[in-house]
Design a protein around this ligand. Sequence first.
Ligand code: SAM
Length: 243
Amino acid sequence: MTENEIREAAGAIGVPLDSQQAGALMRFRDLLVEANRRFNLTALNDDASILALHFLDSLTAVRVIRAIQAERGTTLDLIDVGTGGGFPGLPLKIALPELRVTLMDSTAKKVQFCNEVIRALGLHEIRAIQDRAEEAGHRPEHREQYDVVIARAVAPMPTLAEYLLPLARVGGTCIAMKGSDASAEATRAAGAIARLGGALSAVEPVSLPGRDERRALILINKVHPTPQPYPRRGGAPRKSPLK
Ligand code: SAM
């Protein structure tokens, strides 16, 4: 993966990157591959998969976030729930440096890795924290504090809605990065979304250059405060998803 290949591929999905940004992604790639030798951070370890399925896939959310930013005209606070090795939050921060980003994961090692990357790349206004979505959703410093709440590959939609919506401020947006079944997933979660103060806004198909995978972004607007009992604690969102 060269700087030019990264810039070309990102350009093809409408995300122009300068050579410093492409260089940051390459350094991130090196850290990811190196950390994967120490512990299992991601199943994808070859350049082509990291570029397409981690970097570009993460960057498919840039267009929507830019539109939200243009509409609000302010710096956005974004939280990436279940960030793992930093996806999509780290590529988004590299592409959109003005974002204020929180990367959250329940696993200490993953959070430690994200903090290593933040330090190594010299990124500002970004932090990685160890927390569970169900707990963070009740903490005043996180509940209804974020303009954009995003997640990729964390849970089925009804569970994910209960993780994400409590963290979004009224007027904010949740983005669930999903696969080919996104429309059906969104429909199945309609009741849960409404109960949590959300309204389904759109399911936007996105594609990756040269890949067959069908992907989509489920966009949910936060229209009312989330009722106090949510998110339920103790694994309930996963064990008995809202209907
Ligand atoms: N988002 C990353 C990506 O797309 O590569 C990681 C996906 S990984 C399959 C799911 C991640 O979500 C894991 O790192 C896991 O620790 C985290 N996770 C699962 N449930 C969580 C919860 N309730 N709160 C916070 N993190 C959670």
